[in-house]
Write a protein that binds this ligand. Structure first.
Ligand code: FES
Length: 89
């Protein structure tokens, strides 16, 4: 099982194909989700420090200011990854 590390939290095990939001929800890590996970609010944005996720979805593009940004509600786990919360405003 892939390991997901959210900076400031203990590492957690994830299943391939889970969104980062699903992983955080499952492990009690607070990820802001103003739009409910529909790629419409930017509050779940994260920065990827290590590892990779599924390719960027078209719905994410308007919210990504940097190449290492992803939306936690859209990006899915493929392997070990280290992220930090980086909400958009
Ligand atoms: S929860 Fe709103 S964009 Fe992800």
């Amino acid at each position: 099982m892939p390991c997901v590390v959210v900076v400031g939290h203990a590492p957690v095990a994830a299943r391939v194909g889970q969104t980062l939001l699903e992983v955080c929800d499952e492990h009690g890590i607070l990820m802001e989700t103003a739009c409910g996970g529909f790629a419409a609010c930017n509050s779940c944005r994260v920065r990827v420090l290590e590892g990779e996720l599924t390719p960027v979805d078209e719905a994410e593009v308007p919210f990504l200011d940097r190449p290492d940004h992803r939306l936690g509600c859209q990006a899915r786990v493929t392997a070990d990854v280290v992220i930090e919360m980086d909400p958009g405003h």
